[in-house]
Design a protein around this ligand. Structure first.
Ligand SMILES: [Zn+2]
Length: 177
């Protein structure tokens, strides 16, 4: 991995400045990736991002999970991208402190499950809804329900590594961005 750039960023937690390093990495089956990471020396806040080194232009990526194997597809979701799973009511939007990551479809569902479980434990209202949601997510983890992962990336540096992933140009609209 080659370090190609170093810059500083303001810590969203404590306001201190910390240094972020960018690395270029040639990933098998994917191509050139840009990995960024930094840690705040003052409060320990960690930030990281991952992007395709070459933008493919604003795009929407759609990937349908129909069987357990489909859960293993690699997902490169940059901090600029919005990720949705309409069937599960999941919507992860990029924010000021958004981070990018490489994971699998399974990893995304596990992450959503853990967050949902945390929210369910800490709220006494809507517990029926919570239970229903967790059951749905469990089914998704077994691929016993069919669902679609949609990534919208206005910068075009995210991807899902599968021949079954569909990519199409994304029309930018004022309303969305
Ligand atoms: Zn900090």
């Amino acid at each position: 991995m080659d370090k190609i750039l170093e810059y500083s960023m303001k810590c969203p937690v404590c306001g201190n400045r910390f240094t972020v390093s960018d690395y270029l990495y040639e990933a098998p089956y994917i191509g050139k990736l840009l990995l960024s990471s930094g840690i705040c020396g003052n409060c320990g806040y960690k930030w990281s991002d991952v992007r395709l080194a070459e933008s493919r232009g604003p795009r929407r990526i759609t990937y349908t999970v129909e069987k357990p194997d489909d859960l293993n597809a690699l997902v490169i979701r940059s901090s600029s991208a919005k990720l949705m799973i309409p069937e599960l009511g999941v919507e992860i939007t990029p924010g000021y402190i958004a981070q990018g990551y490489i994971t699998t479809v399974e990893g995304i569902i596990i992450d959503v499950y853990e967050k949902a479980e945390f929210i369910c434990k800490n709220s006494n209202t809507a517990s029926n809804n919570c239970r229903k949601k967790l059951e749905e997510l469990k089914k998704a983890l077994n691929a016993s329900i069919r669902f679609t992962v949609v990534i919208e990336d206005p910068i075009g540096v995210s991807t899902i590594v599968s021949s079954r992933a569909k990519e199409e140009p994304l029309e930018r609209s004022e309303k969305d961005y």
